[in-house]
Design a binder for this molecule. Sequence first.
Ligand code: GDP
Ligand code: MG
Length: 598
Amino acid sequence: IPRQRIRNFCIIAHIDHGKSTLADRLLEYTNTISERKMQDQVLDKMDLEKERGITIKAKAVRMIYKADDGKEYLLNLIDTPGHVDFNYEVSRSLAACEGALLIVDASQGIEAQTLANTYLALEHNLEIIPIINKIDLPSAEPDEAKREVEEIIGLDAENAIMTSAKTGQGVKEVLEAIVQRIPAPEGCNELPLRALIFDSLYDPYKGAVAFVRVIDGHIRPKQMIKMMSTNNIFEVAEIGVFNPDMQPVQYLQAGEVGYVAAGIKNVIDTRVGDTITDAENPAKKPLPGYKKAVPMVFCGMYPAEGEEYESLKEALGKLQLSDASLFFEPETSAALGFGFRCGFLGLLHMDVVQERLEREYNLNIITTAPSVIFKVKKTDGSKIEVDNPTNFPDPAEIEYIEEPYVEASIMLPTEYMGAVMDLCQEKRGTMKDMEYINEKRVILRYDMPLSEIIYDLFDQLKSRTRGYASLDYELTGYKKSDMVKLDILLNGEIVDALSFIVHKDKAYGRARQITEKLKEVIPRHLFEVPIQAAIGGKIIARETVKALRKNVLAKCYGGDISRKKKLLEKQKEGKKRMRKIGNVELPQEAFMAVLKME
Ligand code: GDP
Ligand code: MG
């Protein structure tokens, strides 16, 4: 199929607006997958994604569509992640396309993430086709959705396509619009090779596989290729297309989308955003926009049972093979023993990794409170970056501290405005502006510390707006802040894994909450257990777990033996999930207590 009949596009949609369902309908209509094989939501391969209804990694699929003009077109759908943690991946996927379908749920209207991704697409000069989905729903308001597309995004919505991905209505119109409105890719087969890596995966047989869009030149098996960010050279073992499974081909030309396998051992060598060129006839300049993905959120991960350390190490290593943005290195904690300091793109990424470790690798792990990277200027003139409370310098050595800030956009129904403004205030936010979408919905923009967002902004926002608000944020830079390290002491000993960094004004409140919470979860001992919170050695809150007075079994006196047995078993069960800190038994949920407050 000549380049003039190739169309590369992606789908932009807020979570649950119907991206995966519409993608499935497109695959069905073009017979890309036989109906027998068709299971719902082909694009979301990972179980976890299916369960959470989110698309975590970008995927690609190729379709052949015979259009009304009688000609066959090759359509490449590049699926993008729908979550703000993965914004960089989204931007690389967009850079591989000429057009985007913008799906708006007719019963919900535009959401913050849709807006953010549409702006990204406009920056990349993509042709955008607005699609109003779920028109079958009784609560659908397609005209209102159209109006929002025009007024908020500024796109002409006159030619918006009305669809129901559920019933299949409008699917053919979508395919025709892709062919007619999205331009064919430009590029030249004769120029030196430049292929953009927009995603990668790890295959046990093929190694790290790069998903690419060939921008210029062409690529064949046996060719020597060079990764332009590292200058590493590999010999192409196999190239192919997504059908939707990987299918080898002999040639990929400018404008095409496919994969490249070159016996690469690790996805670290197939970095998203990097440019692949020909090793013998290299391009002068790489494609623009490459950034190394940097972790923004860090936490400690420890095996719940000490002996699982090696399994945790192995599991993290395996996950990293397919997730170049996952960072980890060994660390030790006096309280938790041997574990790892892990870095993530954001909180969702962290959750996903934790869940995969538990589910796919059957591990029980304890995570410590997540932290952002603080920059600390010390009185000796040096500047250090701190992502672990353990490394936080003594207050006397600190000249000033800077923390990362974001611009947060929150879209919500006007009735919750008061509640959300209060919340943002509590989160140390400063309002930058407010924009009415219509008389019922509004966008608020705030300057806010990233650490407040990762603390629990998402959850709070959801509960205070009954799930009607959506959030998007973008890192804007570092600002000076009065941060302190809060230590928790049990029976006079600091429990390093419970320390965290917090704003000075919030330290007292948090200290009180945590000591109270710990008092609830720590069982009574034979002696009194003081729980204290301290900043730089100064105690700012205290609770006490009273000493145990009688034997628990005393209760069972006269009782039947089976009840006694049960009680003993229950105690044993409880013991297993305990950590011994000094001479205090700390239940594992205590670590969770610090994470999930309020
Ligand atoms: P995604 O998160 O954007 O990929 O959304 P999904 O495709 O997973 O769809 C979210 C939910 O909306 C699922 O329960 C779908 O069955 C449902 N859905 C998708 N499209 C339609 C539609 O046109 N009409 C109705 N009634 N439901 C739809
Ligand atoms: Mg989906």
